[in-house]
Design a protein around this ligand. Structure first.
Ligand code: ATP
Length: 311
């Protein structure tokens, strides 16, 4: 009977960190973070279809290289679906098809977006009505960025990034993302950050960076936001992938108002003041990096939601 249910597709956004302040390592091995996430218009679409067995397939949209995505039980979309089924007492396997627009291991939380979309799609398919808070609590068990993939828009994240408070923003911000053919492992970048800080490092604490980002967002000023962008993982990411320093400089030279490593990298996010300016930055950067590595997107956009029910 479950196989008669229609397929459901849900869409979830990538994120860029406007601020990523990395605090000390906690007893559970995670770092305390103060971050500002913005959801941007690069999306993952997850379609869930009732099936005899659990399974997952992946497709790259717009040239996204999906060769690094696992198709076994470690896939985050599949883990999310099974987690929700287990907690809700559902015994109705699904096949998940993931259409990825977000670079893999790029610091834009593509895997987390897959988990967020899978939770929303399965919740709708099974008629569970879990609610956003319930799904976010499940999502936090899968990864620190999953709750934000569910909430979307712009939010301050604390804890390990899973405790979210929405931020007031005005207007849209226009981004160019420079993708990198090689991914960077998030745990490796955090470890390099710790190594560079050394054992004697003490947390400087609040330093006004969060307030500067919040003020820029409230005012809707791309210029002020560009000046306030910062990422404590950038140095570590650039140490592990030294060409990123050049990419950041090339982005500024191409006319971007600001440039920052996205999350743990290696994607570089360039902020511009309009969609037209973003296209100009793409045109200026194309000879150096190639069009295939450049994506434009705007934010904020909404979090994971059902797109359609296919009859
Ligand atoms: P974050 O910014 O959240 O740290 P990321 O954007 O750098 O993550 P992801 O693309 O989310 O990186 O994936 C990181 C790793 O997770 C991949 O290298 C892959 O091995 C694993 N993974 C598991 N499931 C997925 C999935 N559905 N899509 C992408 N990667 C997945």
């Amino acid at each position: 009977m479950s196989e008669n249910r229609p397929a459901v597709t849900a869409r979830a956004p990538a994120k860029v960190n406007l601020l990523l302040q990395v605090g000390p390592v906690r007893d559970d091995g995670f770092h305390d973070l103060v971050t500002v996430f913005q959801a941007v218009s690069l999306h993952e679409d997850v379609t869930v279809t009732p099936a005899a067995d659990w399974g997952v397939s992946v497709e790259g949209a717009g040239g996204t290289d999906v060769s690094g995505v696992p198709l076994d039980g470690s896939n985050l979309a599949l883990r999310a679906a099974r987690l929700l089924a287990g907690r809700a007492g559902v015994d109705e396997p699904v096949h998940l098809h993931v259409r990825k627009e977000v670079p893999v291991a790029g610091g834009m939380a593509g895997g987390s977006a897959d988990a967020a979309a899978a939770l929303v799609a399965c919740d709708a398919l099974w008629g569970l009505h879990t609610g956003l808070d319930g799904l976010a609590a499940l999502g936090a068990e899968l990864g620190s960025d999953v709750p934000f993939g569910l909430h979307g828009r712009t939010a301050v994240g604390t804890g390990r990034g899973e405790q979210l408070v929405p931020v007031l923003t005005r207007g849209s911000f226009h981004w160019v993302f420079v993708l990198d053919p090689a991914g960077l492992s998030t745990p490796r970048v955090f470890a390099e950050c710790d190594r560079r800080r050394g054992p004697g490092w003490t947390d400087p604490g609040a330093d006004g960076r969060l307030e500067a980002v919040e003020a820029a967002l409230r005012g809707g000023s791309a210029e002020a936001l560009a000046a306030a962008l910062s990422n404590d993982l950038a140095e570590a990411a650039c140490a592990l992938a030294p060409h990123l320093t050049r990419t950041l400089a090339a982005g500024r030279d191409a006319g971007a108002l600001g440039a920052v490593v996205s999350g743990s990298g290696p994607t570089v996010a360039l902020l511009t003041d309009s969609a037209a300016a973003a296209r100009d930055v793409v045109a200026a950067l194309t000879p150096e990096v190639g069009e295939g590595r450049l994506r434009t997107a705007s934010g904020p956009v909404v979090g994971a939601r059902v797109l359609e029910a296919v009859a």
